[in-house]
Ligand binder design. Structure first.
Ligand code: HEM
Length: 299
């Protein structure tokens, strides 16, 4: 199997940006409210929006990289560049791409507003995150050939939103915690407040990921034996092994470390374990970026 490194890198960049934006919004909705009263609202809003703002800054770069990758694959070497660009933009891929560019612009402006604690910013960021979560499905296997797109495209968007809520939410929790520790320098931690709310969000996300992931596997994997016979199946198997490790790690951390969060050693161990969970989640996104560029039928 040959891996197109540029395709994998651009896909990964795109997933990282979407995940950060979705995670920030999900954390604002489900996790941060528990901390009101403990810290000033303005500080909390600014920290919760920081990973989303990073994702929104990354997004135009990711979309530019995706555009040039697509152009490179599509282009006729004998036609002028400008002709290829306008042809590409007038295709259905181009329509989805233009929608994503508009959503990226809204996400960036919305995160700047949300950072100042304005609810409107969060609502706009939520809408932009949803559109950006639909983009991979509109331009990938979920809208290809023989699949019922009325089902696969929304399911794919839900899959991406849930991946964002889980991994991006985790990144946001870790960011808030490290910002708090840098500011206070007294060894205190916000994890006893943040983790219980995040665990509920993570559990819901995992259920959605498993359901929508199984549905995508059903539609994209012609036979179960392809899991070890085809490049697509082997890449999916690698992803599933990594997902199982992340899930086991997340489950063990939650069970073993949650009751000990009030102790300094307990929250230190949770920080380490959650960071490892996040690194592995990033690897899952990298393997997924390769998966979505591999043909399910081997052609
Ligand atoms: C039981 C768990 C899971 C299963 C069975 C599963 C399966 C799949 C499948 C079959 C696809 C479609 C790939 C394609 O378009 O060819 C996919 C896409 C994707 N998965 Fe998962 N997945 C699971 C968990 C996860 C997790 C934990 C994450 C994040 C950390 C994740 C992130 C993604 C992303 C970002 C996409 C790309 C969507 C797109 O490009 O349209 N998945 N998954």
């Amino acid at each position: 199997m040959t891996i197109d490194a540029l395709a994998a890198a651009t896909g990964w960049l795109l997933f990282m940006a979407v995940v950060l934006i979705c995670g920030s919004v999900a954390a604002r909705a489900a996790v941060a409210p528990g901390s009101h009263g403990l810290v000033e609202d303005v500080w909390l809003e600014r920290q919760t929006a920081a990973p989303g703002l990073a994702g929104a800054v990354l997004m135009p770069l990711a979309l530019a990289a995706v555009f040039f990758r697509q152009l490179r694959e599509f282009r006729d070497p004998f036609a002028p560049w400008s002709e290829d660009v306008s042809l590409l933009l007038s295709s259905s891929w181009g329509t989805a791409f233009k929608l994503a560019v508009a959503a990226a612009a809204v996400a960036l402006a919305a995160m700047v507003v949300a950072r100042r604690g304005r609810a409107l910013g969060w609502w706009l960021a939520g809408g932009a995150a949803t559109v950006l979560a639909v983009f991979p499905g509109l331009t990938g296997h979920a809208s290809g050939g023989d699949v019922p797109t009325w089902l696969t495209v929304p399911a794919d968007a839900l899959h991406v939103l849930a991946a964002g809520a889980w991994m991006g939410g985790l990144a946001t929790v870790l960011w808030i915690e490290s910002a708090w520790r840098c500011r206070e320098r007294d060894g205190s931690s916000l994890l006893p407040t943040l983790v219980p709310a995040f665990s509920r969000l993570a559990q819901l996300s995992v259920v959605i990921l498993v359901l929508t992931g199984t549905l995508a596997t059903w539609f994209h994997l012609p036979a179960l034996t392809d899991l070890w016979r085809t490049d697509y199946g082997r890449t999916l198997s690698l992803k599933l092994v990594l997902v199982a490790v992340v899930l086991a790690l997340g489950g063990i951390n939650w069970k073993r470390l949650s009751p000990r969060l009030a102790e300094a050693e307990g929250s230190r161990a949770m920080r380490r374990a959650a960071t490892l969970e996040l690194v592995l989640g990033t690897l899952v996104l990298l393997v997924t970026a390769i998966l979505v560029r591999t043909s399910p039928t081997g052609h």
